[in-house]
Ligand binder design. Structure first.
Ligand SMILES: [Zn+2]
Length: 71
């Protein structure tokens, strides 16, 4: 399953699209990891957004999912 996820960095208002293939998530609801799992955390979303190994602390306020579009 491939999903186009529009993320917003709330500190800048910038939006970017991240494509997630969710390859490891076939066996259960693929949206879970983004809503309540590891990918709901700012530290992981920072890596997706900036494609960087640097990161920010854990939290759930900096990056928002603006759109969720399964392909
Ligand atoms: Zn975290």
């Amino acid at each position: 399953m491939t999903v186009r996820i529009t993320l917003e960095d709330t500190t800048t208002g910038e939006q970017r699209i991240y494509i997630d293939t969710l390859e490891d998530e076939r066996t259960y609801d693929a949206s879970y990891i983004w809503s309540d799992g590891n990918y709901s955390c700012d530290c992981n979303r920072y890596n997706f957004f900036y494609g960087s190994e640097d990161s920010v602390g854990c939290g759930d306020t900096r990056f928002k999912v603006i759109r969720w579009e399964p392909e």
